[in-house]
Design a protein around this ligand. Sequence first.
Ligand code: SF4
Length: 423
Amino acid sequence: MFPAHQAGRDLAGHVAAHGPVPLPHRHDASWSAALVDAVRSSGLTGRGGGGFPTARKWDVVQGRRGRPTVIVNAMEGEPASRKDRALLDVAPHLVLDGAELVAMAVSAREITVCVADDRDDSAQRVRAALAERVAAGLMRTPGSVVRPPGRYITGEESALAAWLAGGFAHPQFRAAKGVPLSVGRRSILVHNAETLAHVALVARHGPEWFRAVGTPDAPGTCLVSASGAVDRPGVYEVELGTTIDAILRRVGHQPVGGVLVGGYGGSWLAPERLGTPYAPGPLAAVGASVGAGVLVALPASSCGVAETARVATYMADESAGQCGPCIFGLHAVAGDLVDLARADGDRHTLARLRHRLGEVEGRGACRHPDGVVRMVRSALDVFATDFAEHGRRRPCRAWSAAPVLPVPPSAVDAVRHGRPRGR
Ligand code: SF4
């Protein structure tokens, strides 16, 4: 996916590396049907976290009246993820190729690239790439860049739709992922940036080429942001089905006490589970998911309780604050975790925390609180001994060390100084 050299960043280098994008000059129904078939046969699924079959999203939008807008979701609100940023930095034209292909296939009126308002470099790269394409007379569908607020929840596609419609970037209640999204009266088709890069490659090389790597159930490659106790943190393209320990060996790693898989709404895995193949099915069997393509290796010397408390605090603060489970439940969960990390709790804190998790689960308009519940439950399992010791007010010495998982200063301070009561 990434070009072998920097020259792939500009249009000439991109075309030299990948060849021209196979777009017809104008809408052609048989070409569209062939592209939809190719992507369907490839088995490509969304790489933004949901894992929804890419071609099925197109079916939904094609059944609606009017010409849709293709939305490139490059928000990447997940703090430990760098993949979309890396992709837009080194291969922006591959993402735009994918967006143009989808736009042509569904007869879209325009393409809108969403880059968070705290990612000026990425926005500049996309604007420059769009300008190159316009100058070369290659843009078949007009494209522009917009800058939604850079928050964790803004990347959720229904939150993005709400912001694009002029409202707050809050998730909207949807009965199922397949329910179409719209901005005003116009339907929108939202794809993650990495997904679109794969579409561009499938269009060039075909579904068999895509399926030549990965597993029959999870074909192809995906981008992984590896960080934490690793020698060479960064973004890596890996075959789906590669074991987690093989990925960690590739990036070099120190002794780990656990690995956070998927992102901050993902799951901790114990070192004994690192032989698990990195693919949706095997990960689901151990309670995890590919999610946003995040792997954070926690050094064995770190405090999993404090790391979990900081992440939960951040996630509670990042909620849209429009549903009870987030407003009340997540802050209470984070408060219990902070008490445990600081050994400030009482003998009921651990039991209370477990009870709260059950109260929060499945009650939000979006999956944000469920992600936090999953992450905290997995931490209670993987770091069970540490939680028990902290619950007995015998914390490890690492609880006040600098965090491994990136969080804002407010979450660091919450564990260092305690959370204000009453939140
Ligand atoms: S569950 Fe939380 S994050 Fe999701 S919409 Fe409700 S308040 Fe917002």
